[in-house]
Design a protein around this ligand. Structure first.
Ligand code: GLC
Ligand code: CA
Length: 539
């Protein structure tokens, strides 16, 4: 594959609402981000994936857009955005925009027009169907609960919304809709953005009448057209959010010969702690052997015909250290183990804000404390179905999206230095222990592990380009693999457990590259592993 900048890059995701408030209204903003570029530069990242900052009524925190060419008032102005792009460029940091074009807000002028009647010229920008026997057209469900069809009294038709009813789905069959999307993408490309993260992009080829939502027949045709009409001529990163991707599907998206996207986010590993065929709220414990199998599959299956993205977290997922690590006794050890394990894989790593300091989930005890529309809708839906409150809250504490959305913890002053006003969402009270300032002061902090991982990646092509090989026949909780490039061979070993374990190999260590426990020498014959121990060695 032709090397591109994003093959060796590390991306940092910012959820703007919760990153840094600059004017005391309790809401993070673009000026706040600009004031923290220096910190991101210290960490060493190459690009920021910015969750949506466009004008939005905020039904789904910016994932419901009412103007793609303007900025949400709380976040600042288009001038602030221009400044962010140019200030970030001074640090060699690119800005990757979140492209949410499966749907718009119901407050978008296109939808306001479309609702005016069947003859309106924007009617066909959305998906309308007549009632069937006085009821919804079919059984399609919204990801946020209930039917995906909403009745419009005025015209007597239903419109489709795969998310909330305030997020009507765009009709991608309509050439005019596609042209609008190409135009708005070009608007941002001309501003010099570094690429796009594409929200639920595998839904745009849906065929609602056949109840096909993801991976519809025209999906790849649309993406090839998008590539030709927009970013194809730029050196940018494009990453699609594709919950339904298998390795074969991921190759369709990311094989460079097909001229679609740079890579996709696939979620197979993320779904391993939910019951088969159920929703994410239906919890089950993670099995390490499954995690090893799934990661190894993705590491090898794409071969030279595609590219992986690597992530544990984002704004929709719980905090990884609380989820699969240990956010109490082994907070630091387990956070570092998870970081080392992920960042030594083949692919482009994504760090979600606060992950680099080991931020944790925020436990709630009542639905009143929850902002997220997905958790709230599920709560009332499951209550009505007879689930107990206790059970539902347990699911929200494990998987709710607010876990990742609590404000960034900068220091131990009031509100963790996030705002001088009242934060829009509760700050995790553990900010006195877990914050950026403390991390920067402690040379053994989680932050410096991330910083080192980024640096080591830059200095060693083996991490980007090397082959991956899982080591089988280890203890179940030991996740070990080789990376290999030419004559160079690295071994990565991680004890995915709070108990001690053991790893044994005939390999001889030439150099310890990294470890989350201090050790300059490692003997691999019958090596005892401490809780959550992880290391990288050249052999
Ligand atoms: C994606 C986003 C999520 C949003 C949804 C609808 O999954 O990551 O936050 O709610 O799409 O836009
Ligand atoms: Ca603000």
């Amino acid at each position: 594959m032709d090397p591109r900048w994003w093959h060796t890059a590390v991306i940092y995701q910012i959820y703007p609402r919760s990153f840094q408030d600059s004017n005391g209204d309790g809401i993070g903003d673009i000026k706040g981000i600009i004031s923290r570029l220096d910190y991101l530069h210290t960490l060493g990242i190459n690009a920021i994936w910015l969750s949506p900052v466009y004008k939005s009524p905020n039904v789904d925190n910016g994932y419901d857009i009412s103007d793609y060419r303007d900025i949400m008032d709380e976040f600042g102005s288009i001038e602030d955005m221009d400044e962010l792009i140019s200030e970030a460029a001074k640090y060699d940091i690119k800005i990757i925009m979140d492209l949410v074009v499966n749907h718009t807000s119901d407050q978008h002028p296109w939808f306001i027009e479309a609702k005016k009647g069947k003859d309106n010229k924007y009617r066909d920008y959305y998906i309308w169907r007549n009632p069937v026997d006085g009821n919804v057209p079919n059984n399609l469900r919204s990801s946020f609960g209930g039917s995906a069809w909403e009745f419009d009294k005025y015209s007597g038709q239903y419109y489709l919304h795969l998310f909330s009813k305030h997020q009507p789905d765009l009709n991608w069959e309509n050439e005019k809709v596609r042209q609008e999307v190409w135009d708005l993408m070009n608007f941002w490309l001309e501003k010099g953005v570094g690429g796009f993260r594409m929200d639920v992009i595998d839904l745009i080829g849906k065929v609602p009448d056949e109840e096909i939502t993801s991976n519809g027949p025209k999906l790849h045709e649309y993406l090839q057209e998008m590539n030709r009409k927009t970013f194809g001529k730029y050196d940018v990163l494009t990453v699609g959010e594709t919950w339904g991707a298998t390795p074969d599907i991921a190759k369709l998206f990311s094989n460079p010969e097909r001229k679609e996207l740079s890579m996709v986010f696939q979620f197979e590993h993320i779904c391993l702690d939910q019951q088969e065929g159920m929703e994410k709220w239906d919890l089950k414990p993670l099995q390490i052997k499954e995690l090893k199998r799934v990661i190894a599959k993705w590491q090898t299956a794409l071969g030279k015909k595609g590219w992986n993205s690597l992530f544990w977290n984002n704004h929709d997922l719980p905090r990884i250290v609380s989820r699969w690590g240990n956010d109490k006794q082994y907070h630091s050890e387990s956070a570092k183990m998870l970081a080392i394990l992920l960042h030594m894989l083949r692919g482009t790593p994504y760090i979600y804000q606060g992950e680099e300091i080991g931020m944790t989930n925020y436990p709630i005890s009542s639905i009143e404390e929850v902002d997220d529309i997905e958790s709230r809708n599920m709560y009332y839906e499951r209550l009505a179905k007879g689930y107990s409150k206790r059970e539902i809250l347990e699911s929200i504490n494990a998987k709710g999206r607010d876990n990742a959305r609590t404000p960034m913890q900068w220091d131990d002053t009031e509100n963790a230095g996030f705002t001088k006003g009242t934060p829009w969402l509760h700050v995790n009270p553990n900010y006195h222990q877990i914050n950026v300032k403390k991390n920067l002061e402690n040379p053994n902090s989680i932050f410096y592990t991330y910083q080192q991982l980024i640096r080591v990646r830059k200095e060693n092509p083996i991490i980007t380009w090397g082959d991956f090989q899982l080591i089988e026949n280890t203890e179940e909780e030991v996740f070990a693999y080789y990376r290999k490039l030419g004559n160079e061979k690295w071994l990565i070993v991680a004890n995915f457990s709070e108990s001690e374990s053991v790893f044994s190999s005939k390999d001889v260590v030439k150099k310890v590259i990294m470890s989350n426990y201090k050790q300059n020498n490692i003997n691999l014959s019958n090596k005892r592993l401490k809780p959550y121990e992880a290391f990288v060695v050249r052999i």
